[in-house]
Design a protein around this ligand. Sequence first.
Ligand code: GDP
Length: 484
Amino acid sequence: MLLNSPDTITAIASGKGGAIGVIRVSGQQAIEICDRIFRPASGKPLKEAKGYTLHYGEIVAHEELTEGTDSCPSEHVIDDVIVSLFRAPKSYTGEDMVEISCHGSRYIEQEIIRQLIRQGARPAEAGEFTIRAFLAGKMDLSQAEAVADMIASVDRATHALALNQMRGGYSSDFTELRQQLIDLASLLELELDFGEEDVEFADRAQLGKLLDQALDKTRTLLQSFGLGNAIKEGVGVAIIGSPNAGKSTLLNALVKDDRAMVSDIAGTTRDVIEESINLEGITFRFIDTAGIRKTEDRLEQMGIERTISAAGKAHVILLLVEAGTPETMLAAIQQNTACISLQADQHLCLIINKSDLANNLPENTATLQTLLAANTNIVPEAILTLSAKTGRNLEQLLNWLSTLFDTKDIYTGVTVVSNSRHYEALYRAEEALCRTQTGLQNGLAADLVVQDLREAIFHIGLVTNVVSNNDILNNIFSKFCIGK
Ligand code: GDP
């Protein structure tokens, strides 16, 4: 990654297949280079034009001189274009910039790029326009990352997260938190300066209070990652249960098509099948798995192993049993959870399927609950009785899933962390703040307490990158695509 490169860079900024293509040029020579290939209809070169202006004209290719001839280079028109002109510092990158809107043919776009390169520009690297914007102070690091999220947004929720992060409400939360910690550190450092005189300037109880506030704030941001990550990455939902319990039928009913194979022969869902639905901005990725049972069939065994692995990674587990007597249902639950260790942060819903065939369902469900409590440590968050085949009570399942994540906050500008780099920074900061807290409570010397506090400040700073670190920059911007 080229930081602080003086080159003028160019790249196609638009996606494939549109009617219009956009080529970006940025750098000290952007306008001069474009003037050499742009023939404005007005006859007035770009170098005489103001920023924020549009210019209609032609892009012309200058043919190479054939060796040994003294003829003038011939020209031919590549395309009719509109050129948008931006002058430093009022542009995306903060430099002189030109954006050429041409017809959206990959051939035309490549030809224009070729001409620009011949005139002295160089192809931009991944994320290089945005890194220039960041280096010019146009945005902080979390805002630059939000540019990538904005482009990748696929629905209202991912868009709302990216927009909030890009607009700076997000950054100001982190800047405020960092400032709070800096103030706290200054108070403690004041004590250090007068350490010899054995004075305690800062009231430790007051410091403790300020620290608690900062810690609360850090934890709130950390906790928001559950929602942010669910919105950004989707939520894995593993459907597990004995063969023939109705897992594939349920998956089909949920996604309303016939992709999963449904059959009467036990053990047919040998592979892991994934389908997604979006509920109120959250994408739930349902994973239909092989039924867990003892088998000699190697293929089926592989499917079962994959089930166990999918269940381990899933955020939500739908444990499906056929409606029956409380005892048969308990046995099925025990068999299916025997090889799966349910984790504390996993949401478990017990689904009693085939309710259309069942008798005494309410009584049997109540007895099953008592049996579960007495014989297992399985505590489902919800127990639903439904029929995957007829669709009865399917709504209840969808409603339960929707309640797992409260998305309304993200539309009111509340900061929700969705970036795992930011999560890690917060996590490290929280660790350091906990050590600071223990230090203060145990009456540790100010210089030791300050060390931990400084560490927390460092980690919070990494989110907006007040602390400059080239490795982090490279890591972030190399994931951008070219043209951003
Ligand atoms: P899987 O092995 O758990 O994936 O089970 P399938 O989805 O393949 O279903 C096994 C059989 O049970 C099929 O014949 C389904 O039509 C049937 N089935 C699934 N759900 C229901 C239901 O709610 N009611 C009834 N009556 N049959 C169902």
